[in-house]
Write a protein that binds this ligand. Sequence first.
Ligand code: ADP
Ligand code: TRP
Length: 339
Amino acid sequence: MTQDRPRVSLTGIKPTGDPHLGNYIGAIRPALDLTATYESIYFIADYHALTSIRDRAKFAAYTRSVAATWITLGLDPERTVFYRQSDVPEIFELTWILSCVTGKGLMNRAHAYKAARDRNAESGIADLDAGVNMGLFNYPILMAVDILVMGADVVPVGQDQSQHLEIAADIAGSFNHLYGDVFSLKIPEAVLPSGVNARTMPGTDGRKMSKSYGNTIPLFAPPSQLRKLVRGIRSDSTPVEAPKDPDASAAFQIYENFADPEAVKDMRVRLEQGGTGWGELKNALFETLDAWLTPLRARYDELVAPGSELDAILAAGADKARDRARPVLAGARRAIGVG
Ligand code: ADP
Ligand code: TRP
């Protein structure tokens, strides 16, 4: 499909926990930067989270927390189509249609499914599909629909999502091959964070900061918890006087993302020279994060509270998202012969 419409930036975040510093650097900030030059469509991928979240209260709370985070950090719902995936039924009808043209083999090769099987193999579980539900298996089809139904051109995500974008283009290709030119075949471009932010942000235990590892620093933790989490970032026992390698330190890698470049340079030199301990680095990191977050916390708390204006924002966003999705679904229905 040729296009003289504005180029579209789209991304989704799963409400599987409270958003953390890694989500901000890897996805939220790049996505907000793109709103200046792209038509932006950002959503809460709650039905993707349903593949793993079983607790009703948590599911609702995380959904609210992801939505409140976006708005607090600067998403303008007047300028960005902002919605909850589950409010757009067109997405799920189209998911079924596209499931019927997607080879099972393509899903067998998807990373998250393969990783689940590998984990079973490592634990000596004979049935490699144990614990895998069909939502997890079909996850890439739903994500393809998220992208195709809105006609996304660029998708700000972390590196781990690139395969999903290729799968989306594959699925569009299968449909078009059978039914004609309904979807764009271009692989939507992943927009990855660059420069000092390119590296995956480590969590408090030094592994990738991830909700699934329980090693995150949530963006809107109260100051006392923020301090405790920062103090708890794993560090080695090099004595204060000894020279240190900042690049081997999780706390420094986080600091690099948030402090201003002069402060980062200064801290690097002081660690390398010796005489500066990890405790001092962590204090500086806490102060930097807290100074940034303190003016934002009240707004976040207000939005996340039940009955806040978030409900109206999401309802209006759902209307706009459905207006966009409806003609795309109608086109697919006509193409298959039910429209
Ligand atoms: P999590 O691993 O915490 O469950 P998600 O899978 O929900 O995070 O990721 C949401 C977005 O944030 C994705 O685009 C992902 O690539 C990005 N992201 C997640 N963790 C990190 C990290 N540690 N560093 C950089 N980006 C990240
Ligand atoms: N799979 C993404 C993640 O785990 C979330 C997501 C769902 C998404 N649908 C999307 C991201 C569409 C970008 C575009 O982070």
